[in-house]
Design a protein around this ligand. Sequence first.
Ligand SMILES: O=C(O)Cc1cc(O)ccc1O
Ligand SMILES: [Fe+2]
Length: 435
Amino acid sequence: MALEYLPGFGNDFETEALPGALPQGQNSPQRCPYGLYAEQLSGSPFTAPRGSNERSWLYRIRPSVRHIGAFRRFDLPFWKSAPHVVEHGLPLGQLRWDPVSLPDEQLTFLTGMRTMTTAGDVYSQTGMAAHIYLINAPMQDEYFYNADGELMLVPDHGRLRIATELGIMEIGPAEIAVLPRGLKFTVAPLDGTARGYICENYGAKFTLPERGPIGANCLANSRDFKTPVAAFEDRDVKARVVVKWCGQFHETMINHSPLDVVAWHGNYAPYKYDLRTFSPVGAILFDHPDPSIFTVLTAPTGEAGTANVDFVIFPERWLVAEHSFRPPWYHMNIMSEFMGLIYGQYDAKEHGFAPGGMSLHNCMLPHGPDAEAFEKASTAELKPQKLSNTMAFMFETRLPQLLTQYAADLPSLQPDYPACWAGLEKKFDGTPGVK
Ligand SMILES: O=C(O)Cc1cc(O)ccc1O
Ligand SMILES: [Fe+2]
């Protein structure tokens, strides 16, 4: 059966899986319909200003306190949290990885999580981690929530079914899903195997960037964000609930599914978004604008314009700029750039940056088009050109991203990535004129 979604970003949604299950006119009736329990899930402090105040009211078979027994600590050795400093011995430099092979061993969303970088500090709720996931088995009667941050899933291979307390979503390559901090969910691959990228955002929630003079439309439009309708499981089974809390993992056994929310309302909810619905705005006469024009979602900090994380994409688009070098310019950036490619080719690196691959251009490390891309773009006839069938993205954070041992040891780490710039020869010979 096709899944149903509610359109809109940050709306005050309401949805019920059984008629009359959602109380009307108040949040906390003396007795709720169907004998449900009322529970508030707060994603912001109670006193946050209206514009950033987020909470939902859940009407559920059992309250969450019954979905937790005694905790026992355990380890997921490949899922790291900031601060995480390892002496992996790799010298400072720009880094790039080929795609990681899909696993032979059985891996679930939890056991298949592989942290590439961490930034900031999970204890002070700043920074992020960039992970990849490798999945070939469903979480079986197993549920998870993350107290450390929200999770943005960016698949590059295979679809996923994500059943959450607030409803069910399915996503595949070119779509993303965002799972709020504290929300219980379980994940299953729909095509046998699945691989993708994850941004674990420890800071303030992702929100839509301001459009400024662009006006009321384009970039990511609110109606293209989809939140699932209410769906519940009334299953009495032995189940495991896993919690990530300040970088540690805790498990607890219960006798029923915690996905037992029959109705809910509010604005703290999971959502998905199809990156192909992003309407890019760009240079229509000359020059190459800053990539911030392609920000899908931004997780702000208290400092204006200085994101904890920006999620930026490089979707298909027309290049029309006249008398301009059209690909990204050479640059050094105070923000740290973790990039992935979902499909196609990236114009600054047509070769060597493969779908499913990754690159890391950390704080103040120079980078830009490789020698091949430079040569091509400097001599190309500048007629309108469509960049088709391409979707790269960037997790860009204000904080330096530190590499995990896993990332440093990956066999797919390219041994001499910076050699891609070696062919950028001196052209200057002291004589005037365009060379
Ligand atoms: O480095 C990159 O490839 C990402 C990027 C793209 C762009 O168009 C401008 C700046 C930038 O960091
Ligand atoms: Fe960059």
